[in-house]
Design a protein around this ligand. Structure first.
Ligand SMILES: [Zn+2]
Length: 396
């Protein structure tokens, strides 16, 4: 190319760039970047808008969102939440898929027909928490044939969602896939902020496998069992890994940051349980919302389980308005001393209606009845719900 032709070509490119208005001159042929603006539209909707790209070879705007800064540097950690092709006048979007309490970063990529990109400025916004509402616990019926188990969904006052155990499964049915996931769908819950797997038995982790397959889960608390365990537990651990959820070994004294309105503490087990009775490896959780407290006990037994907690905590630290009765109402749990300390106003029993163990055992029901404690049980009541505003408790 002669010098004169080079100069003419450069001038032609410059003229094409200048035709995009006030945009920066870009001799490389990249699109003109837009300027992005974001603002909170309503409680959980973000209004995004951007300046127009007037390039003749405009192809698309791509609106990216991430939970961390630096989208342009690494778009793989971000999500392309909307692509607007072939319409340079599409300059706004309402993002209604945000979650209260989360912080999001946004950036707009503009592409031209040569598939070259330009990036807008990047902005972040924290979605405020909604007015706190009730704490609600769904005691999900784990019954199917002879299957039993535990499965409880907790919706916190600020709308976070946690699952404690997921019931059992067999070849043609999963409490997770067939009962929990449809319930999450019906409640409009698109992800779980966390799952607690109390201990490795199949009637607690079996159903969690399908939940992890089908629903995004952010965190998983597990007892960290180190002894022999079933294939189901191994499969569960592999599924946790595949899901990308953060894996945490839960042990005594750990506080769980579930919701600013709640105090949640793990009372049991000690770290690295791996010998003795697997039931006594159960993660036990004490949860308080203002004046109301719950105690979730997994399959904890009296010997080495309840008694261990009784010797480690003062009764006032154990007192709970709602007791999830240990081990499906087995007589090897829920001793009189335990009930003296916990002193519950309500008892909730997770148990399958066709279980072959005779759960819940008559001795436990008698112990609860003789104290005047109302008992709700999934084998007779099906799925039931306990909800509280922090003062009053309603069961339905
Ligand atoms: Zn069990």
């Amino acid at each position: 190319m002669c010098n004169k032709l080079r100069i003419l070509t450069a001038l032609a490119i410059l003229a094409a760039s200048l035709s995009c208005g006030d945009s920066p001159v870009d001799l490389a042929g990249n699109p003109t970047p837009s300027f992005l603006t974001i603002q909170l539209h309503s409680d959980s909707v973000v209004y995004t808008s951007w300046t127009q790209c007037s390039d003749n070879d405009f192809d698309a705007y791509i609106l990216w969102r991430s939970k961390s800064a630096g989208i342009q540097a690494d778009p793989s950690q971000a999500q392309a939440i909307k692509i607007f092709s072939s319409d340079p006048l599409q300059l706004t979007w309402f993002d209604s898929t945000v979650v209260p309490g989360e912080t999001y970063w946004y950036a707009l990529e503009t592409r031209n027909t040569s598939v070259l990109s330009a990036w807008s400025n990047e902005l972040s916004l924290t979605i405020p928490l909604n007015e706190p509402e009730n704490l609600t616990v769904f005691f999900i019926d784990p019954s199917h044939g002879s299957l039993s188990g535990d499965a409880m969904l907790i919706r916190t006052p600020n709308g976070f969602n946690y699952l404690i155990d997921g019931g059992d499964r067999r070849s043609d049915w999963s409490c997770g896939r067939d009962r929990i996931v449809p319930m999450l769908d019906s409640l409009g819950i698109a992800h779980l902020d966390g799952i607690v797997a109390t201990h490795p038995h199949s009637d607690h982790v079996g159903g969690l496998i399908a939940v992890l397959e089908e629903v995004p889960v952010y965190k998983v608390w597990d007892c960290g069992w180190t002894g022999d365990a079933s294939n189901t537990y191994e499969e569960f651990l592999l599924e946790v890994q595949a899901s990308g959820a953060e894996y945490i070994e839960g042990s005594r004294g750990m506080t769980l940051d579930w919701d600013p309105e709640l105090q949640v503490e793990i009372l049991h087990p000690e770290p690295n349980p791996g010998s003795g009775d697997m039931n006594n490896a159960s993660i036990v959780i004490h949860l308080e919302f203002e004046e109301v407290s719950f105690l979730f006990t997994g399959d904890l037994e009296t010997d080495d389980g309840e008694n261990d907690i009784l010797s480690s905590y003062a009764a006032e630290d154990l007192q709970s308005d709602i007791l999830k009765v240990g081990h499906h109402g087995s007589s090897t749990s829920t001793s009189s001393q335990w009930l003296d300390a916990v002193d519950p106003s309500y008892a909730a029993i997770e148990v399958g209606s066709g279980n072959p163990y005779g759960h819940p055992h008559g001795e436990v029901i008698n112990r609860l009845d003789s104290r005047g404690i109302p008992v709700y049980r999934t084998d007779l009541d099906g799925t039931f719900v306990i909800t509280t505003d922090g003062t009053d408790i309603t069961v339905f």
